[in-house]
Design a protein around this ligand. Sequence first.
Ligand SMILES: Nc1ncnc2c1ncn2[C@@H]1O[C@H](COP(=O)(O)OP(=O)(O)OP(=O)(O)O)[C@@H](O)[C@H]1O
Ligand SMILES: [Mg+2]
Length: 300
Amino acid sequence: MLSIKNLTHTYPNGVQALKNVSLDVPKGMFGLLGPNGAGKSSLMRTIATLQQPTSGSITFGNTDVLTDPDTIRRTLGYLPQDFGVYPRGSAYDLLDHLAVLKGITNSKERKQVVEGLLVQTNLFEVRKKKLSTYSGGMRQRFGIAQALIGDPQLIIVDEPTAGLDPEERNRFHNLLAEIGEDVVVILSTHIVDDVADLCPNMAILAGGEIISKGTPAELTEAIDGAIWKKVIEKSELEAYKKSHNVISSHLTVGKTVIFVNAPANPGEGFEASTPTLEDVYFSAIAESRNGSDTAAATAA
Ligand SMILES: Nc1ncnc2c1ncn2[C@@H]1O[C@H](COP(=O)(O)OP(=O)(O)OP(=O)(O)O)[C@@H](O)[C@H]1O
Ligand SMILES: [Mg+2]
């Protein structure tokens, strides 16, 4: 549906944020997982036609996104990472205004659309309150409401769950899950569970490159038998990082548990660990960092 080919982006200051990115994104939820600075927002902004890439192509169905941005904009819903707040207006007024901009000029139809979205995002009760008084979770739900105006076929949400408490995150997940399988939804995140819970297809972006892609099940399967764990003393951590491919370490009640990716049992005291999507993520990032010493990622 959405096809990205050999996309490269270099900012004027010389930072190469995207390196030869190619992705085929089918209908449904697609998770774009990557650490800070990976290039997620750069990719999202490029697909949302807010910036032109240095080279490469993007097509959505039969539309060339880069040469025909107006056509895409008509069918695009976008929730940017730094969604600005409009302090003076109420949720209702702002949605109504944005719906006019999206071309819903019939006021009766617009009322229906706006009220429907407020109900869907559970904001109907607070629709007359100023957005400046909203909590973070309410703002994100408002962000989704505005992205859904006009039945978009391509929805881009950039790190929508960062900073939400578990309840709001869950609410947001449910909202996204309801959007339906008939549209393309790209969700960028650094939270593995967002992808594990929601996305039938995913890719991992690091250092501007796609380092892994597939279904969560496939990717997890691919490292089956390669994840090993061991409880060590905290003081031993640095030594293990030097001698083993430590993909992550967890501190639990005074003990440190390390996870190692290795084709066979890496030594005494290690036991096999059933791989999770988090192991997939940390393994991919460790591998992409490799070449430079030992790779490691630490999870809190
Ligand atoms: N407008 C810009 N000008 C110059 N460099 C930029 C610009 N925007 C982003 N970058 C750089 O491009 C790289 C990718 O940034 P980007 O914001 O796309 O990453 P990200 O994956 O969205 O990160 P985060 O998870 O922190 O939001 C980073 O090195 C960043 O510093
Ligand atoms: Mg970002």
